[in-house]
Design a protein around this ligand. Structure first.
Ligand SMILES: C[C@H](N)C(=O)N[C@@H](Cc1c[nH]cn1)C(=O)O
Ligand SMILES: [Zn+2]
Ligand SMILES: [Zn+2]
Length: 481
């Protein structure tokens, strides 16, 4: 017999509150696995991470498959096995709706010498903050799902929906192999999916929960310049050749100006004009420019005190960032070398209506022209290593209504409706293969420091996030088929 509404969720919430230490232990185990997808030497750890999660899912009764998605080709031409993707199912009751959940268990690189105050792969709690690489992006949120399901089971309450799981360990490296797998399984695994939910982004502030209906896409580029067959002594050879590094600095300086304007012609051609309605929506968002500036520790912001301009720059206009360089000297000290070959790395966050192929063409044409202007005798190559479209949806549907109700139950407040400046390349594919509503329910706060030093997840967000996802499943269950 079904329990009264308030009783079901209060039993779940009590179970969650009573098991906080177990959840933290579980997250500690997950963080300890160095599943850095962009580091080829850590590929085995990514595979270990998949197997670890598979084991935890099995313990919850999930029927899960590790799907082989082939190999990737490294920039030097070597093949490298991709970590398998987990596809899992729990429940098959035709009277219940089916929710498909996606998350990722790979992480960005991290090293204590980069400025971490704790060891990044050893989850450490300080003042209610759980520090560790992947705590917020995205191991913590993935574990919130597992914790929520376990709470239903331990309280012997029926899970109100059927569940499908898609968990990958390559999201931070362009989700290689995943799109093809999802397309192949469109008519089988995804056939009965009614809703899609992803927890892999962050609140806009530290206190107020959000629901997210848009993401920027990402086009990632490598520029390669080679000037010699080996590194050279700058005293012996300096002044006799065009140097790769100087060429690279010139090219990188031609990408974006000091106001953040991208210098590549035609790059903004397909960006949609801002509507009055959109402008109104941005004005209503609860966001403190001052808090944002303080959190970043930046001397000034590009758009000064203008909240709408700042948020639009993060969410609905493209931006270009220069990330780093392979092959050059970056240690402390004064090595006097001329690097033989350098690879400069930059990316452009793209927005709805922009096509990665058109962006690639604009970038390659422009850099070829800039290279010709430079007149260097060196070898030059530019390539887009991955390109993913942006995603935006209309949030006025039952998926978002259920999540709004769940948020109110847990946080006692109406969530803000946000877009996200980051990218989750596979989101659009989920929408295409299911033809159903996709929602993003962020778990972590704006200051979690995803991709940065001292990434953390607040204990409160982890625990309330577990309740939030349990309540979301409950609210979706109430929608019926
Ligand atoms: C928003 C999400 N948690 C995330 O961090 N996504 C990455 C995706 C990525 C990285 N390289 C390629 N894709 C991001 O937005 O950088
Ligand atoms: Zn993520
Ligand atoms: Zn990330």
């Amino acid at each position: 017999m079904a329990l009264p509404e308030s009783r079901t969720l209060s039993l779940i919430f009590k179970y969650v509150d009573d098991h906080v230490l177990n959840y933290i232990e579980l997250l500690k185990e997950a963080v300890a696995i160095k599943s850095v997808s962009c580091s080829p030497h850590l590929r085995d750890d990514c595979i270990t991470m998949v197997k670890w999660l598979h084991c935890k899912l099995k313990a919850l009764g999930v029927e899960a498959e590790e799907c082989d998605v082939g190999t990737q080709t490294l920039p030097d031409g070597r093949p490298l096995r991709l970590p398998p993707v987990i596809l899992g199912s729990l429940g098959n009751d035709p009277s219940k709706p089916t929710v498909c959940i996606y998350g990722h268990i790979d992480v960005q690189p991290a090293a204590q010498e980069d400025g971490w105050h704790t060891e990044p792969f050893n989850l450490t709690e300080i003042d209610g903050k759980l520090y560790g690489r992947g705590a917020s992006d995205d191991k913590g949120p993935v574990l919130c799902w597992l914790n929520a399901i376990q709470a239903y089971q331990k309280q012997e309450l029926p899970i109100p929906v059927n569940l499908k799981f898609v968990f990958e360990a390559m999201e931070e490296s362009g989700s290689e192999g995943l799109e093809d797998l999802l397309k192949q399984r469109k008519e089988s695994f995804f056939q009965n999916v009614d809703y899609v939910c992803i927890s892999d982004n962050y609140w806009l502030g530290k206190d107020k929960p959000c629901l997210t209906y848009g993401l920027r896409g990402l086009c990632y580029f490598f520029i390669e310049v080679t000037c010699a067959c080996k590194d050279l002594h700058s005293g012996v050879y300096g002044g006799t050749i065009n140097e790769a590094m100087s060429d690279m600095v010139y090219l990188l300086s031609r990408l974006v100006d000091k106001d953040g304007t991208i210098l590549i012609p035609n790059i903004n051609n397909d960006v949609l004009p801002v509507t009055d309605d959109e402008r109104r929506q941005y004005q209503e968002i609860d966001f403190s420019v001052l808090d944002y500036k303080t959190e970043l520790g930046s001397p000034s912001l590009l758009h000064k005190e203008d909240k709408t301009k700042l948020l639009m720059s993060r969410w609905r206009f493209p931006s270009l960032s220069v990330h780093g360089m392979e092959g050059c000297f970056s240690d402390p000290g004064t090595k006097t070398v001329i690097p033989r070959k350098v690879i400069g790395k930059f990316s452009i966050r793209i927005v709805p209506n922009q096509d990665p192929i058109a962006v690639e063409k604009a970038v390659v044409d422009y850099l070829n022209k800039e290279w010709a202007k430079r007149g260097s005798s060196n070898k030059f190559k530019v390539s887009m290593v991955h390109g993913a479209k942006a995603w935006v949806t209309d949030p006025r549907n039952s998926n978002y209504e259920a999540a709004i109700r769940a948020t109110k139950r847990v946080y006692n407040t109406e969530p803000d409706m946000t877009r996200e400046g980051g990218s989750i390349p596979i989101t659009l594919t989920f929408q295409e293969v299911t033809d159903k509503s996709v929602i993003l329910i962020p778990i972590g706060a704006c200051d979690d420091g995803a991709h940065s030093q001292n990434e953390k997840l607040d204990r409160r967000n982890y625990i309330q996030g577990t309740k939030l996802l349990a309540a979301y499943l409950y609210e979706i269950g109430k929608m019926g088929k």
